[in-house]
Design a protein around this ligand. Structure first.
Ligand code: NAD
Length: 319
């Protein structure tokens, strides 16, 4: 019998790649998404597949979600649905709370009634980064800065999952993603700096870089190609880890250097404008991936140059 996996947020950028991995791996997949930022078009290659179903539903709708749990009876819940923007969480913390915490609690309420084997919770290593000093990297055991509502709800979510896993006897893995980029990402917020830059560069429009007096090249981030993240989900679905794992490359890159790498990949020259600091921004972010290597045997395989080249090919194939 195939394992059944319910993927929330499966019509989104990362979730749609994860759905593809599950179908290719022989899982029966139920993708649940309310299409706030996700698109049915992201699931084009899966629609009509016998092992794939898509349902437009809001994870905050307990009645609807209970019905899906009752009828589908998932073995695994892979929870990607979220309000994903730090900036939006500061502008509308109620919405962030509703999607990122109430939505999670609705899923956990369903699990109380319809037991599962495994829960994969997607969190944010960038937002939950500690203050980085010198050559340090953020570890899972460090105390996060918690300087945005998004960071608070993701961190609270991790803790809810841990408590429920013990109370209702299921395995869990928290995947703390660094900054992910790749095909299907939309330019809608600070997570989307790569597609924002790519779109501007292709349109020969200047981009904007938020800088700080001590960080003239902008904030630093740890960029992971989406295929590597998909592999982390595959491994976490096969293994019980019962812990939090950073999914990052361990390489700290200034956002201006990302811009430069994109210019090189697309062979373009387009200027960038510098602006002042933005509230809620984690200034430096780089994740230690030692634990993911050790526990999950996960390694980031794609260099930034290779990832940007794959993105370029995907954009060319689409147009
Ligand atoms: N992209 C990154 O760099 C990054 C970094 C760290 C963590 N994450 C996390 O990864 C996950 C996926 O992010 P993404 O970049 O693919 O974003 P995305 O916006 O493309 O995906 C999120 C999906 O969730 C869906 N969704 C939102 N609210 C919902 C609700 N109430 N009910 C059902 N579906 C809902 C959206 O329609 C969308 O399809 C999120 O949990 C995000 O916080 C992303």
């Amino acid at each position: 019998m195939n394992k059944r996996v319910l993927v929330t947020g499966g019509a989104g950028f990362i979730g749609s790649h994860v759905c593809e991995m599950y179908v290719a791996g022989g899982y029966d997949v139920l993708c649940v998404d309310n299409l706030t930022s996700g698109k049915v078009g992201n699931l084009q290659g899966l629609m009509g597949h016998t092992r794939f179903q898509f349902v437009k539903e809001d994870i905050c709708n307990l009645v609807g979600m209970r019905y899906l749990f009752e009828t589908f009876q998932p073995h695994i819940v892979n929870h990607h649905a979220a309000q994903k923007s730090v900036v939006a969480s500061l502008e509308n913390p109620m919405d962030d709370l509703d999607t990122n915490l109430n939505g999670l609690l609705m899923l956990l309420a369903c699990i109380q009634k319809y037991p599962i084997e495994k829960f994969i919770y997607v969190s944010s290593g960038g937002a939950l980064s500690k203050v980085i000093v010198g050559d340090e990297k953020s570890k899972e055991s460090d105390m996060p800065q918690l300087i945005s509502p998004y960071a608070i709800t993701k961190y609270a979510g991790e803790n809810y999952v841990t408590i429920y896993a013990k109370a209702y006897d299921f395995d869990y893995t928290v995947l703390r993603y660094a900054n992910i980029y790749g095909p299907r990402q939309i330019p809608d917020g600070e997570c989307g700096v790569v597609p924002i830059f790519v779109n501007n560069i292709l349109a020969n429009q200047p981009s904007v870089l938020m800088t700080y007096p001590d960080m003239p090249r902008g904030c630093t981030r740890d960029y992971v190609f989406v295929e590597d993240v998909v592999e982390a989900n595959r491994l976490a679905s096969e293994k019980a880890t019962n812990t939090v794992l950073n999914i990052g490359t361990g390489q700290e890159i200034a956002i201006l250097d990302i811009y430069q790498a994109i210019l090189n990949t697309f062979d373009k020259e387009v200027p960038i404008m510098m602006e002042g600091p933005r509230i809620g921004d984690v200034k430096r972010s780089v994740l230690s991936n030692d634990r993911a290597k050790k526990i999950l045997a996960w390694y980031p395989r794609t260099s930034l140059e290779e990832g940007l080249l794959s993105l370029k090919k995907a954009i060319r194939a689409r147009s």
